[in-house]
Design a protein around this ligand. Structure first.
Ligand SMILES: [Zn+2]
Length: 135
C-alpha cells in the first residue's frame, strides 16, 4: 500500500512548524518587526518584506473556522486511495492566517463550523495538523 506524500521535516524554513506539531502545538510565523502572522512560512514577511528568521515564530491557539472545503472522490496520488472520500479544507485560524488542512471526525465539514486542531501522526516522524469540529 502506498503512503501519502509527507513533508520534509528538516528544512530551515518549516522545521519550527513540524517540531511544534510533534509536541501538539500549533505555530505560525510572526514578523518580529510588524507582527504580521503568516502561513505557510515564507522567507520574507508578506507585509514589510523583512527577512524572516528562526525567531519569527509564535505559538497560537489551535482553533479556527472552516472557510471552504472540497471533497475528493478520486485519488490523485495512490497514497490517498484507501482514504476516499476525504476533504481538503481552508480553515481561518483565530490567530489570523488561513491554513489548508483536512477536517476529520465528521461526515462532512460545514462552512462557518468551529474547529480545533488534531495532531495526527503520519509515517515514522511526521505529525500533520488537521482539524475537527469543536464538541
Ligand atoms: Zn513584517
Amino acid at each position: 500500500m502506498a503512503s501519502i506524500p509527507l513533508p520534509a521535516l528538516d528544512r530551515p524554513l518549516t522545521a519550527p512548524y513540524w517540531a511544534a506539531a510533534r509536541e501538539q502545538r500549533l505555530m505560525v510565523q510572526q514578523c518580529n518587526a510588524c507582527q504580521t502572522r503568516q502561513w505557510p512560512p515564507k522567507p520574507v514577511c508578506s507585509t514589510c518584506l523583512r527577512e524572516m528568521t528562526a525567531d519569527d515564530w509564535v505559538e497560537v491557539e489551535p482553533t479556527g473556522t472552516v472557510w471552504s472545503f472540497i471533497v475528493y472522490h478520486r485519488a490523485f496520488h495512490p497514497g490517498f486511495a484507501d482514504r476516499l472520500p476525504y476533504n481538503v479544507a481552508m480553515v481561518r485560524l483565530d490567530a489570523g492566517p488561513m491554513v489548508i488542512t483536512n477536517v476529520v471526525d465528521c461526515e462532512k465539514p460545514v462552512i462557518g463550523q468551529r474547529v480545533t486542531a488534531r495532531f495526527c501522526p503520519e509515517g515514522d516522524e511526521a505529525v500533520l495538523v488537521r482539524f475537527a469540529p469543536v464538541a
